[in-house]
Design a binder for this molecule. Structure first.
Ligand SMILES: [Zn+2]
Length: 201
């Protein structure tokens, strides 16, 4: 079993102060969370350099990913080492994920830039049911959506600064391997949790 923060913005997103170096150092120092997904806004540029920094630590893992903005709302794609071709529609991104063995996730559905009930119209792989930057009410609504869609629920901090990191996490029944983790996510071999006191859930 591994614990992962599946929603992190680095300085490759223009609204984050988390440098790849800080992320890797914090991940290496963390007692239990050893996996972090990079989900910068509309870019995968940060992966190579972050991966390079992480490669000297055998016990941590970086999952390539991206958070894509669409007119309907944000979508997190995990396992993507390239971007889907534009124009980006919900359908084209979900299809891209299926064709590439990536995982498509409805990001913070009941917050700003979330797609809310519209998500039900698409074949997502998972719903983000615990977002570190969402209100308890918004997270609860996301949980209900996941149940309704019969999809696994995942957690990520949506960190935009170092102090946001690792306050929530997703436990995945998998070893420290990107492919294994992605497969387990799709199968729903996951559990979300929040650090005590860090967030009300
Ligand atoms: Zn985000």
């Amino acid at each position: 079993m591994i614990k992962a923060d599946l929603h992190i913005h680095t300085t490759y997103s223009d609204d984050s102060t988390v440098t790849p170096k800080t992320l890797v150092e914090r991940l290496s120092a963390h007692p239990s969370i050893k996996v972090a997904a990079l989900t910068d806004h509309n870019t995968i540029q940060g992966y190579q350099s972050t991966q390079k920094l992480a490669s000297v630590y055998p016990d941590i893992l970086i999952i390539p990913g991206v958070e894509i903005s669409t007119l309907q709302g944000d979508i997190v794609v995990l396992g993507a080492e390239e971007l889907p071709s534009e124009p980006w529609t919900v359908e084209s991104i979900v299809d891209f994920a299926h064709e590439n063995g990536s995982v498509s996730i409805v990001a913070h559905p009941y917050r700003e830039y979330g797609m809310g009930d519209l998500a039900k119209n698409y074949k997502f792989d998972a719903v983000e049911v615990l977002n570190g930057a969402s209100s308890p009410l918004a997270n609860k609504a996301a949980q209900d959506l996941a149940k309704l869609m019969d999809l696994p629920g995942v957690a990520g901090t949506d960190s935009h600064s170092p102090e946001d990191l690792f306050t929530v996490c997703t436990e995945v029944q998998a070893d420290l391997d990107v492919e294994e983790i992605l497969k387990a996510l799709k199968k729903g071999l996951v559990k979300v949790s929040a650090l005590r006191g860090s967030i009300h859930f």
